[in-house]
Design a protein around this ligand. Structure first.
Ligand SMILES: [Zn+2]
Length: 234
């Protein structure tokens, strides 16, 4: 039971490894979440492209209807030409037919343009569709990898916690209470090595008296930061 300072050093190493494993354990679900977000973003992109394509198709339908009705109107006007009573009326109808033809030609161009757009959007839908498949695969892989890692990490943590309990058993009662209190909130940051006469936790100098105590392998608490100290060469 003389090796108290060594125990503090050993406890610090175990706490550091535990903290590292616990951090990895908690990072796992964040990684999965990032891939899930990527998938849902891609799915949204696909849905948007599909919606745009649908809207464009509806626009084409409505323009085609317009074109059809304009063609019907044109046919009516042509019939009217035969029933004209005077030249003026005849000319007016001819002008109307010409104007309608122009409007129809514009409509036809617009329809062709919209069809091109639909084709482009369809290509986007296909491309984003592949992205969705890829993102789904990545998410599945991340889930599997993280699940495997978590199993190993949980085993490592259990092992370290058992090592920790074994090492803590070496702490004398008067140190144990202080140790328990600080470790509850500061975890691996509860202890610090002393290099030369400097606490590595807070980089403050310790007193020669404290250094002597450390050399006698007694447990010393840093007066500046409250960490339990041990000599780094231990
Ligand atoms: Zn300190």
């Amino acid at each position: 039971m003389t090796a108290t300072a060594e125990t503090i050093c050993q406890l610090h190493q175990i706490h550091k490894r535990l903290a590292e494993k616990k951090e990895k354990l908690s990072a796992g679900p964040h990684r999965v979440k990032a891939f899930a977000t990527r998938l849902s973003d891609t799915e949204k992109k696909k849905a948007d492209a599909q919606e745009n394509a649908t809207e464009m198709r509806m626009l084409i339908d409505s323009k085609q209807l317009q074109l059809k009705s304009s063609e019907n109107k044109n046919a009516d006007l042509k019939n009217k030409l035969n029933t004209c009573s005077n030249n003026r009326e005849y000319q007016a109808i001819l002008e109307q037919i010409a104007a309608d033809k122009m409007a129809s030609s514009v409509l036809e161009d617009e329809i062709l343009e919209a069809m091109d757009k639909v084709e482009q959007l369809q290509q986007v839908v296909v491309a984003v569709g592949s992205e969705v498949i890829h993102a789904t695969q990545l998410l599945d892989e991340a889930k599997k990898t993280v699940a495997n890692e978590q199993t190993v990490l949980k085993e490592d943590i259990a092992q370290l916690e058992s090592e920790l309990a074994d090492a803590e058993a070496f702490l004398p009662d008067e140190i144990r209470a202080n140790y328990d209190r600080i470790v509850r909130t500061r975890f691996d940051d509860s202890m610090a090595a002393v290099e030369g006469d400097v606490c590595i936790g807070c980089y403050q100098q310790i007193t020669p008296n404290m250094l002597n105590q450390l050399m006698l392998k007694e447990v010393v608490v840093c007066t500046a930061c409250g960490r339990l100290l041990y000599l780094s060469e231990l």
